[in-house]
Design a protein around this ligand. Structure first.
Ligand code: G3P
Ligand code: MG
Length: 252
């Protein structure tokens, strides 16, 4: 199979720019753009009525003024809650956006994206299938091709089968000895992992295996510098302002 297109940069805004604006909201993606990132990462769930929505948790309680499970509510109900005030009153009126709304905004802002599949338990196949269908149908031609990742291996298998031409990132909290087997099983283009448990030796092994490695969530320039020194290709950060100038000085 032809290698999927992929050109994710060194600094990716995590959930938009989660230190600056409510995560996974349109305001958050605008904030990320204003800070200078070229790509953002965000998380996608499925509602009870089959709509792809951009939210991290299975529950809406932490990031909205409502309560309940995303997977058990309709889009109409979900959209009735405020997803900005919990972060700061000046973001009142933000809602949990649909994936379609986010794609439209990315097109306007010319932002690339790592789309993380975050299925509610039991909705792995349906979430991956719905997201991949939407990306195939609605991803703007003028943006760099998206990169899809997930902690959920089943979701990555479904993504692979549904849209093999869209690049996949194998997302792991900790990279274990089975990483290469897992990566090959879904024809991964990249490996993504938590930066805390990563060792220099493991980073080197992944690089030697030919896989770009991306780490989350790196909010301090000193740590980003160390990871870049280990050959890490890029970092997800809540605070792009802390990392961008370092990356530019080092790589531009
Ligand atoms: O995709 C990188 C990172 O977002 C994974 O962790 O929990 O923030 O989605 P989480
Ligand atoms: Mg994520």
């Amino acid at each position: 199979m032809r290698q999927p297109q992929f050109r994710m940069p060194k600094v990716v805004g995590h959930r938009g720019a989660a230190a600056h604006a409510p995560e996974n909201t349109l305001a958050g993606f605008r904030a990320a753009k204003a800070l200078g990132v070229q790509w953002v990462e965000f998380d996608v769930h499925l509602t009870a009525d089959g709509r792809c929505v951009v939210i991290h948790d299975d529950l809406i309680d932490r990031t909205t003024d409502g309560t309940g499970e995303v997977g058990r509510m309709t889009l109409a109900e979900l959209a009735s809650y405020d997803a900005g005030s919990w972060f700061d009153p000046r973001f009142a009126g933000e809602t949990v956006p649909t994936l379609e709304e986010v794609i439209d905004l990315l097109a306007e802002l010319e932002l690339g994206a790592n789309v993380e599949l975050k299925p509610s338990p039991g909705a792995e196949d349906a979430t991956a299938a719905a997201v991949m269908a939407l990306l195939r149908q609605a991803w703007p031609g003028h943006l760099p091709a998206p990169l899809v990742s997930s902690f959920d291996y089943r979701s990555l298998e479904v993504a692979h089968d549904a849209a093999p031409e869209i690049a996949r990132g194998l997302l792991l909290e900790t990279v274990g000895d089975d990483w290469l087997e897992l990566a090959r099983g879904i024809e991964a283009t990249t490996i993504h992992c938590g930066h805390t448990p990563l060792t220099a030796a493991r980073a080197k092994e992944i690089r030697r295996g030919g896989y770009p490695l991306f780490c989350y969530t790196v909010n301090h320039a000193g740590r980003a510098e160390e990871l870049f020194g280990w050959g890490v290709s890029g970092v997800f950060t809540d605070a792009p302002d802390q990392i961008l100038s370092l990356a530019q000085a080092r790589f531009d």
